[in-house]
Design a protein around this ligand. Structure first.
Ligand SMILES: *Cc1c(COP(=O)(O)O)cnc(C)c1O
Length: 387
């Protein structure tokens, strides 16, 4: 049996028996979602005002242990507003991982700023604090109360930390580097609802954070996202900017700056209220699947899952397998041929045409991971339907 065939057999053993193909991820709904959406439609309040938006925001803030949550149309829009409110301006640079979903870099671009890529830690898959510090020491200079890139002359305005596949980044060390250089921190927590770093929910460390509830995330509102912050002034600004900057008034329509139509519709929030209640079940089902993959893969040398860091509790949103680079394509091919929808990790941002010319630190770990990580089917639907 070839190595790729052995891996395929192990995955088959771990996956629940269900009709082919087995998707990478899929949402799970029951009568509760149907009841909430039906109630929302019957109320007539399906758009950007309604009780489900408020209920969803309150439930989210409570779940994450944060003062304020503002629901948005999607995670990318949430991240865009986070960056604006952190003071990112056109022509600034914003530090972020190259190993991320494209939305991280796109949101930076929407502000007119330029992504500046930093390497990740090979074990955690998230920003490497040592690499970040070393890079800033070699390229950054402090003047006029800000930090600047000596090579480009641009101001470095912020640091975006992303929790890859739900595995929390090394927050203590990263926050220390950010403080050392006076950088505001934004967390792209789009993938990490239900993940904790040292018992504190991801997305509660940064000045502002973004969540996503896209159809493939751990919970979904169809499309959706949220901004989290502990700061009431920033929360008020986020609410204002995401609702076309309309001044509150019983009938007048007065807008006092260029705002955005980024608020989550009530009908999507209705789904969110039902989904958030299922988080404990979803987290449990993910762990059960991880355990089955681990048990099935133990006999194959050089191959193993990416596991949660010792200081963290991960939601295991997308389960990731490490394979030797020479097997990477072969495993992708074999699994797809067998109806198992695996996926390589994203092509790193610095290799995409619109971001090739962006400033960057050395990215060895990112490039090595690009040819070794494979995401495995991580859905919980089959398991929850059986129960
Ligand atoms: C999903 C995701 C987003 C935002 O996605 P939306 O589809 O806009 O909700 C942002 N960053 C990362 C890392 C993501 O995985």
């Amino acid at each position: 049996m070839s190595e790729a065939t052995a891996i395929l057999a192990a995955l088959r053993e771990a996956l629940p028996v269900q009709t082919s193909p087995i998707p990478l991820h899929e949402p799970f709904f029951d009568e509760d979602e149907i009841a909430h959406v039906t109630d929302c439609v019957k109320s007539g309040w399906v758009s950007s005002v309604g009780r489900y938006v408020t209920a969803f925001e309150e439930a989210l803030a409570g779940y994450c242990g944060v003062n304020h949550a503002m629901a948005c149309v999607n995670g990318t829009a949430a991240l865009h507003i986070c960056l604006k409110l952190a003071g990112v301006r056109p022509a600034d640079e914003v530090l972020c991982p190259s190993l991320t979903f494209v939305a991280t870099a796109n949101a930076i671009s929407y502000t007119g700023a330029i992504p500046h890529f930093v390497d990740v830690d090979a074990a955690r898959l998230t920003l490497c604090p040592q690499a970040l510090r070393m890079h800033l020491k070699s390229i950054a200079t402090t003047r006029d109360g800000g930090i600047f890139n000596r090579q480009t002359g641009a101001r470095i305005a912020a640091l975006v930390i992303m929790h890859t596949f739900g595995h929390p980044a090394a927050m203590d060390a990263l926050l220390e580097v950010a403080a050392e250089f006076g950088l505001p921190v934004i967390e792209d927590a789009a993938e990490s609802l239900g993940s904790y770093y040292q018992q504190r929910h991801t997305g509660t460390f940064g000045l502002l954070s973004a969540l996503s509830f896209n159809g493939n995330k751990i919970i979904t509102t169809g499309g959706g996202g949220a901004i989290l912050t502990q700061n009431s002034a920033l929360a008020a600004r986020a609410r204002h900017l995401t609702t076309t900057a309309k001044q509150p008034h019983p009938y007048d329509y007065i807008h006092d700056e260029v705002g955005y139509n980024y608020r989550l519709p009530n009908i999507n929030a209705a789904l969110g209220v039902a989904q958030l209640k299922k988080m404990p079940r979803f987290l449990e089902a993910k762990r059960a699947l991880v355990a089955r993959y681990q048990a099935a893969l133990t006999t194959i040398p050089g191959v193993g899952l990416v596991t949660e860091p010792a200081d963290s509790l991960s939601n295991y949103w997308l389960i990731a397998l490490r394979v030797p680079p020479h097997l990477h394509r072969e495993v992708l091919e074999a699994t797809h041929a067998a109806g198992i929808h695996t996926r390589p990790i994203w092509r790193p941002m610095h290799l995409l045409p619109m971001y090739v010319a962006c400033p960057r630190a050395p990215l060895q770990a990112t490039e090595a991971l690009h040819t070794s990580i494979i995401n495995l089917p991580s859905g919980y639907k089959a398991d929850l339907c059986v129960n």
